[in-house]
Design a protein around this ligand. Sequence first.
Ligand code: ADP
Ligand code: ZN
Length: 621
Amino acid sequence: MNEDKNKKRFKLPNTPWFYIILALAIMMVVNLTRITSLMNGTVTTTTYSEFLNMLDEGRVQSVEVGSTTIIFTCEGNTPWQSQRYEAVLVDDPNLVSRLVRANVAFSGASSSGSFLDILIGIVLPLAFYAIMIFWIFRLFRGGSGGIGAMNFGKSSAKLYEISDASKKFTDVAGQDEAKEALVEIVDFLHEPAKYKAIGAKLPRGALLVGPPGTGKTLIAQAVAGEANVPFFFVSGSAFVEMFVGTGAARVRDLFKQASEKAPCIVFIDEIDAIGKKRDNMGISSNDEREQALNQLLAEMDGFDPSKGIVVLGATNRPEILDKALLRPGRFDRRITVDLPDLKGREAVLKVHARNIVMDPDIDFASVAKATVGASGADLANIINEAALRAVKMGRKSVIQEDLEASVDVVIAGSERKSLVIPEKERRMIACHEIGHALVAALQKNSAPVHKITIIPRTSGALGYTMQVDEDEHVLLSKENLLAKLAVLAAGRASEEFMFDSCTTGASNDIEQMTRLARSMVTRFGMSAHFGMMALETGASAYLGTDGQLACSIETATKIDDEVKAIIKGAFDSAMAIIRENSARLTSLSQALLDRETLTGEEFMQLLNQTPAVLEAGEAQE
Ligand code: ADP
Ligand code: ZN
């Protein structure tokens, strides 16, 4: 402990380069002293016999006898040119008597110099190499508390102590099934003894599964809040580090911390980051993740269940999780947290409106209706945007108009007022949108039109037509899908009909149509040719990503043909409706150009007032 503190105070730089350069510098200094002593150039090497000769000639002035060498000075040709010689010592018992006889001053060589030499030349560099090697080992082993401020292997879990202001189940709107499944865990955390007495084993972990933003984190926090226990939050990706072993050390550390605070909730967000199926494909990149996963499995098996640690994991890709993670005793409960339905959306809006000054006769239900597919996070965002807009407009409370405008903002981005669109292009955009709306309104199996607008948005949309169904559907029939395709095709169809050309404005429609038509063939079994044949695997249920084709190249070609035929059919039926309603297309486009935005009712009223086609003889614009 104390050592650690000292190290921190000195703050040694924590890069290996520092030590390498330091060692090199020391070696250079050592060599320098040698080099300079050589450059002084006064010592000449000679032999012992030469020394004896000089001694006999009486030229030797003084002698230093070392343990292996003797160094002596000799007078040169001139007195100031005395010369130093060095010779290897021979074991000569008569040396002292010879020296005394010759009357030469002699002494033993001082040993301090050679000691310093050894210290600088050998001990210090060795010590530095040792420190360096030790340091590098420490770095790679991922032990905690390395030199300096390094802190490998320490869990980065943030510990949220529960306070009064913590989340409760009442903060989570809808999601009744999920809450119900978790009530038991709350009770267990309250009174572990009750369960222990009867011998019941509670789940050690539960997996919260659902699309992003549906409140998985929120629910986990609410469980901790209800049970009044600490909440550990950690993201799965925090366990995947560059150095192998660090992640595993973090897992170990997290559970150590958790068992100190038990009973508690450990929440691992995005658990698929470590819990992905182990495979043999990766060479080294998977090692780290696998070690972290193995450690997690070991920890979950290891902790004493009566202690009250409950691990909640969240993921939106349950299909890629390792089977070992899902077996009983680990994340054996799977709790689905799906996108909210109509009632759920209304409830979420109301929960978030609690802290906001709202006009008393706000119709949350109509907003909920207009936000099919929105997640809890989107809805929270809508309420906040509405509040911001109310402030901007200088109002004291949020009114319905604010809410409706913020739905558009969340769906399509904010308005781009500065964008100037040439008149001809505006007419084409209006015609395109009215095309969508006409086909939507005049077809069976289509949801009614809610809103049409040609105000450009920051998302890049130049206009859009919004349809809102009267009631929620959990199933879509083939007829629904075909009707949807026709509505999507209608934008391009009306451009072609009115202007006899096509624009880039339909690119998003085309993308959506192709994806939908392809899914009908490969996933929904709705093509005559293939029937109920699964042609695609691995599509994600919650993220809406596509899977991969699982068929031969020939079949893939046939799929393309089928998709093409479906799209062609949708375009033709859209074109037929447009052609039969040419007069309506013209006059409604003009109305949209004038007003920029039409509500569903305004649109239907205009539609019913206008004859489908112009009477013969009436002038066409
Ligand atoms: P996830 O973890 O599923 O991605 P979060 O729990 O982080 O989603 O949700 C993000 C935010 O969305 C929450 O902080 C909350 O404000 C809001 N939210 C989502 N679902 C709900 C819900 N059912 N009730 C209330 N608020 C919700
Ligand atoms: Zn379109």
